[in-house]
Design a protein around this ligand. Structure first.
Ligand code: ADP
Ligand SMILES: N[C@@H](CCOP(=O)(O)O)C(=O)O
Length: 299
């Protein structure tokens, strides 16, 4: 990113891929796409410079500023510049990255000294579920719970693997994709769904990638209900299997689909997706291990 001498600090937040199949609202990883907020001088009114289109506000109603003001209403207005390669409403945690950036903005400018735990708690209260905001803050693989408004998040190491994201050109708002989920699951289904998620966590944390991959494709919480919104999921999973994929899952609420597969298979896999007439973008991603970072440009 170009350095403007008037900028005092940069906040960089990674994209996230939530759920990993059966870890609905609980598991997530940070991936190597980023939102960067450069913070400039104090101004009379908030001004947000960005190239995200007219639908994203440039004043204090921008999600980043709104979040910062929610955390610290007395925060003085500044000029900020937002650059992001996280696509909006695609299941890669763009709204979480904006919320996390807003909390960080309030924390830094207001010298609040919030702990990471406090930041995750605040971000989860705003986003409603912790599976994107927790890895966006901590990096790597994070297992979380948010019950009765209380968050616990634990960071683990995700195995060194190559991700291929298939990112359709259409947006799918998380709210819309949550609206197709059932209001209730039977006790039996809930027990099965939970046991698959628990075993997946154990498999990932002990490096059992083959078992982990199988379990990632056995979700019972959300993917089957969302299939009508993301018809490409089944096809990509099928192509993945032909190329020794470890797993294919719906990233967050979709429509992005993530496939984890051996490096040497990625070119042939991508070719076959295109041949199948799937016209979205195909992007290779790694796990981001750092989470949110702050770079001070001047004091
Ligand atoms: N950097 C940003 N600045 C302002 N608003 C944003 C930003 N990123 C995301 N948003 C808002 O969040 C919405 C997408 O949120 P959501 O439906 O949860 O999708 P995602 O899966 O990308 O998080 C966008 O349509 C936009 O209104
Ligand atoms: N658990 C949530 C995750 C939403 O992630 P996003 O990246 O689509 O915002 C869900 O599946 O609804």
């Amino acid at each position: 990113m170009e350095m403007n001498p008037q900028m005092q600090m940069q906040i960089r937040v990674p994209a996230t891929s939530a759920n990993l199949g059966p870890g609905f609202d609980s598991l997530g990883i940070a991936v190597t796409l980023y939102l960067t907020v450069s913070v400039g001088e104090e101004t009379k009114k908030w001004f947000v410079e960005h190239t995200m289109g007219v639908e994203v506000p440039s004043d204090e109603s921008n999600m980043i500023v709104k979040t910062a003001l929610k955390i610290l209403p007395s925060l003085k207005a500044h000029r900020i510049k937002v650059e992001s390669d996280i696509p909006l409403a695609r299941g890669l945690g763009s709204s979480s990255s904006a919320i996390v950036a807003g909390i960080e903005l309030a924390d830094q400018l207001g010298k609040m000294n919030l702990t990471k735990e406090q930041k995750i708690q605040l971000a989860t209260e705003i986003e409603g579920h912790p599976d994107n905001v927790a890895p966006a803050i901590l990096g790597d693989f994070v297992v979380s719970t948010f019950v009765q408004q209380k968050n616990t998040s634990i960071k683990g190491h995700f195995p060194e693997l190559q991700f291929i994201a298939y990112i359709p050109s259409n947006e799918l708002l998380t709210t819309e994709s949550r609206n197709v989920l059932p209001k209730e699951l039977s006790f039996k289904e809930a027990v099965s769904a939970g046991s698959i998620g628990n075993t997946l966590v154990a498999a990932l944390l002990t490096g059992r990638t083959e078992q982990a991959g199988r379990l990632m494709e056995e979700d019972l919480y959300h993917e089957r209900y969302r299939l009508k919104l993301v018809p490409h999921l089944a096809k990509i999973r099928e192509i993945g299997h032909k190329h020794n994929s470890m797993a294919t899952y719906l990233s967050g609420a979709g429509p992005t689909v993530m496939t984890i597969l051996p490096m040497q298979e990625t070119a042939a896999f991508s070719q076959e997706i295109k041949k199948a007439g799937l016209l979205g973008k195909i992007v290779a991603l790694d796990v981001d291990r750092q989470g949110t970072i702050i770079k001070k440009l001047r004091s």
